[in-house]
Design a protein around this ligand. Sequence first.
Ligand SMILES: NC(=O)c1ccc[n+]([C@@H]2O[C@H](COP(=O)([O-])OP(=O)(O)OC[C@H]3O[C@@H](n4cnc5c(N)ncnc54)[C@H](OP(=O)(O)O)[C@@H]3O)[C@@H](O)[C@H]2O)c1
Length: 258
Amino acid sequence: MSDATFVHEFAGKVAIVTGGGAGLGYAIARAFARAGARAVIAGRTQETLARATAAIEKEYGAPALAVAADVAEPRDCERMVAAAVDRFGAVDILVNNAATFAVRPLIDAEAADAARFFAVNTIGPLNGARAFAKWAIEHGRRGAIVNVSSIAAGRPVPGLALYSASKAALESLTRSMAVEWAGKGLRVNAVAPGHVKTEGVLEDFRAGRLDEAAMLARIPDGRIDDGHDVADAVLFLCGDRARHIVGHVLTVDGGEGF
Ligand SMILES: NC(=O)c1ccc[n+]([C@@H]2O[C@H](COP(=O)([O-])OP(=O)(O)OC[C@H]3O[C@@H](n4cnc5c(N)ncnc54)[C@H](OP(=O)(O)O)[C@@H]3O)[C@@H](O)[C@H]2O)c1
């Protein structure tokens, strides 16, 4: 599809992307800015956020806002929504993208490790979604929420149990949010990416921790997403063309999950 198809699709909209300063979140925030939205990016590291907003403003000439927030903290998420409303007057879209990832064999998985995975990857999106939903419902605004899951949610991989379980719970939460809020004007869906070639993954290729050729061999489509494929799926789910799609988890993995 040509660039022109997407230009201005989100003009006048305000989109919050958690973890939008780097990796997939940055690709999603850029895609919204390219489509005319004002992007609000949240994360814990101020310098990363400042760099990302400056780059988005330079590239698209649209204002972007950085908000320092830890999604595991409900008050930070309320502050994130309030800051977006304060700067841009409203919030239309929330993408719960921020997550923590680590290899943790179950034999080493202490309760505190498990709690952190769920606090960031499952309760974090709940914190963000509740803050947005409370504001939107109170103000009679329609909106869209997309939670970023992973194909790991549905398949066991040694070492990824806590990550997988936190994402499986997020998918369940997505369906519950969807049925509780659809009648109030909020559409909630999720995307489940396969592999995404973020800076972290590229570093793992360079260091030999991940084998790019082996990864490619598992993907029938024959390439690894650089973030654009998932970003397009997120924009689709947030846009009017997905107006009757509610509580869906859209897999974007080049066929790897089959
Ligand atoms: N990369 C992949 O291959 C892949 C595959 C499937 C699914 N995913 C999913 O896609 C999403 C993005 O992944 P990614 O690879 O782009 O991750 P990433 O490069 O590690 O970026 C994660 C972002 O989230 C932020 N973040 C982490 N913890 C946070 C917290 N507690 N509060 C607020 N922000 C936080 C980080 O910024 P700070 O550290 O500054 O807070 C960072 O900007 C995640 O949900 C991940 O599970 C990724």
